[in-house]
Ligand binder design. Structure first.
Ligand code: C5P
Length: 218
């Protein structure tokens, strides 16, 4: 199999990264977590104490950021920040950073370079609509906000981070709203994407469903 692009989009907590990693292993595809790239810029905004309300401040941070990716390891200015980018502080502001046009332009260009001509699976919010509109397979994962919040809560607990269901639910709803109403590349299902509601499904069941789609397109 030569070039093959799988685009996985959907809201926070819909299972995109867990599922994409499994499918990547199953089919020998390179996996790219595009959300982690936006999280790196958000982390640097926090570190620098940049003003979130001013686009120029975010753009300055962007121009001074060196991003390197090695599989599932993310390096910001040479430092491994793979764990730091998952903090709740980063999660709380990442959507605001990702709404900035120049941030998206730079990261989308990198994503295309990484994926071009390869066998890849990328997850994000705009992969099927903007980054790879000609992807071989587009999947749009959804689940109820409550189900997504309880999955996120489990994630936080497994990492020893304190969290409370309703605050996680609010965090998810807030991100959904910013991500789906922003002007630049809002979160939306591509017209040719297959929508899969993962509410009540196990990870195994979702992966089997997606594997059938991959098999039919190879
Ligand atoms: O996927 P994850 O939840 O880690 O993404 C963090 C944030 O990055 C999202 O809430 C969204 O604001 C932004 N994002 C984006 N486009 C992508 C991937 C993520 O705007 N392709």
């Amino acid at each position: 199999m030569e070039k093959f692009v799988v685009a996985v989009d959907g809201p926070a907590g819909s299972g995109k990264s867990t599922i994409s990693k499994i499918i990547a292993k199953r089919y020998g595809l390179t996996y790219l977590d595009t959300g982690a790239m936006y999280r790196m810029i958000a982390l640097k905004v926090l570190k620098e104490g940049a003003d979130l309300e001013r686009v120029e401040s975010i753009e300055r941070v962007l121009s001074e950021s060196k991003i390197d990716i090695d599989g599932e390891k993310f390096f910001l200015d040479g430092e491994d920040v793979s764990i730091d980018i998952r903090s709740r502080e980063v999660t709380a502001i990442v959507s605001q950073v990702a709404a900035v046009k120049s941030v998206r332009e730079k990261l989308v260009e990198m994503q295309r370079k990484i994926g071009q001509g390869k066998r890849v699976i990328l997850d994000g919010r705009d992969i099927g609509t903007v980054v790879f509109p000609n992807a071989d397979l587009k999947i749009f994962l959804v689940a109820s906000p409550e189900e997504r919040a309880s999955r996120r809560l489990k994630d936080y607990e497994s990492k020893g981070q304190e969290a409370e269901f309703y605050s996680v639910l609010e965090e998810i709803k807030k991100r959904d709203k910013i991500d789906s109403t922003r002007k630049e590349s809002p979160l939306k299902k591509a017209t040719d994407a297959v929508e899969l509601d993962t509410s009540g499904m196990t990870i195994e069941e979702v992966c089997d469903e997606i594997s059938k789609m991959v098999d039919s397109r190879i």
